[in-house]
Design a protein around this ligand. Structure first.
Ligand SMILES: *Cc1c(COP(=O)(O)O)cnc(C)c1O
Length: 419
């Protein structure tokens, strides 16, 4: 359920007709709906009703916009961050330091120190040397880092290879069989309070089975660690729940996920932590674009839009599908390939797809672009950095400016020793 609906034949974001945003801000532009974001945050929390002790940290890598984060902070969400930059964003958006979890396989010593200085709630340790470094830094600062050990449960998440993270060959976490010994050694270090386990097996999961298998393995590990005398108070179950991108996609609902979690973790007696990203933000945003040209092709025509792979990278990166609909559909259809202006064939959003008939000058949107959209944007081909707009009822505001190609160029210089 989202708040991008047609009214009188015109696609709206809440109460705002999208043509108005195109006129005022120009295209391409991301448009987010606050009501949708809040609804998703509530639905996910409600789905965990049967989990007695919980902490929800939005995985801000999927949408780190400050306006978006502020909406979620007001919903009581913390943040899962994967860099020092994201850490500062979470704080700037008003998230409490103790509600911040620091994930990521390549945290630098400087970032570990930054996390300690900011007083964040938890570090998710990816391997033993990182834990040792964190303990040293904490000790030097005369403080104690709250930490959990990320394990790699070796399950196939059944998603795209580039966003699978829980197979033995992936770079994340420590092998679950090696975890008890590593945990034991880290737990003995002054400066570190090892309080539990974390896992995250991948993103855009469309089945609960791999999650359940992974959670069961972690449940056994928790029992083993307790039997070895460790005090386990937290388990971080990560994120990964998928969203529907195609009209007929039917991923598990948050309610089904929550019921599975409650069942599998019933006797764990820990605070469960969650790091949802896409399931919160995915359907809260669209990428609004204008059709530049419709050009004949060898088989079907090319619909050339003013958004490109630098604005929305997922199709080029993961062959991802984003629904494409006209803002003012006529009811007629056409079969076309949808492409952007960037000078490579990778800049293709869809091949030979049946879509609303569009012409030069028409507006259209890529749906489900609120997660892993703007945050992955670049200025490839010296295009501007795409702006973002947040809609709330009948008001809208630019929450990220378009950064002009000239502004990017102004940060560069030609060495004066090149003559
Ligand atoms: C990316 C990521 C998430 C969020 O994944 P979603 O599929 O967007 O829910 C959560 N935790 C970690 C450690 C991640 O890397």
């Amino acid at each position: 359920m989202d708040h991008f609906q047609y009214r009188d034949g015109v696609l709206h974001a809440e109460d705002i007709p999208l043509p108005r945003i195109a006129e005022e801000i120009g295209t391409p532009v991301y448009v987010y709906s606050r009501a949708t974001l809040e609804r998703h945050a509530q639905v996910f929390r409600d789905a965990l009703e049967d989990v007695p002790k919980k902490h929800i940290a939005f995985a801000i890598k999927c949408n780190p916009n400050l306006g978006v984060l502020r909406v979620l902070a007001r919903q009581g969400y913390g943040a899962d961050v994967v860099s020092g930059g994201e850490l500062e964003r979470a704080l700037a958006a008003g998230m409490a330091a103790e509600d911040i979890v620091f994930s990521g396989v390549g945290k630098t010593r400087a970032e570990l120190a930054q996390g300690l200085d900011r007083g964040i709630g938890q570090f998710n340790i990816e391997h033993e040397p990182e834990g040792i470094a964190l303990a040293e830094i904490a000790l030097a600062k005369e403080t104690t880092a709250q930490a959990v050990l990320r394990v790699n449960p070796d399950v196939d998440a059944g998603t795209h290879a580039k966003i699978s993270t829980g197979k033995a060959e992936n770079k994340f976490g420590v092998g679950i069989d090696a975890a008890p010994e590593i945990f034991d050694r880290l737990a003995g270090l002054p400066g570190l309070k090892m309080r539990g386990i974390a896992l995250h097996i991948g993103s855009q999961l469309t089945s609960l089975a791999p999650l359940e298998a992974a959670f069961e393995r972690v449940g056994r590990l928790v029992a083993d660690l307790r039997a070895a005398g460790h005090d386990i108070t937290h388990v971080d179950l990560g994120g990964g729940l998928g969203v529907p991108y195609r009209p007929d996609d039917d991923p598990p609902s948050p309610a089904e996920y929550g019921a599975m979690v409650a069942r599998v973790t019933k006797n764990w007696d820990v605070t469960l932590m969650f790091e949802p990203g896409r399931v919160i933000a995915g359907n809260t945003g669209v990428l609004l674009t204008e059709v530049l040209w419709v050009k004949p092709g060898a088989t079907n025509p090319f619909v050339i839009v003013d958004a490109a792979m630098n604005d929305l990278a997922r199709p080029a990166l993961y062959d991802a599908y984003h629904d494409f609909v006209a803002v003012e559909p006529t009811g007629e259809k056409m079969t076309a390939s949808i492409v952007g202006p960037v000078c490579e064939t990778g800049d293709t959003f869809a091949r030979d797809r049946t879509i609303d008939r569009v012409e030069s000058g028409d507006l259209a949107v890529f749906r489900t672009a609120g997660a892993y959209g703007a945050t992955m944007a670049s200025t490839y081909n010296s295009r501007s950095l795409v702006p973002e707009v947040l809609v709330d009822g009948d008001r809208s505001i630019v929450v990220a400016d378009r950064i002009a190609a000239g502004t990017i160029m102004a940060a560069e210089r030609v060495p004066d020793w090149i003559d």
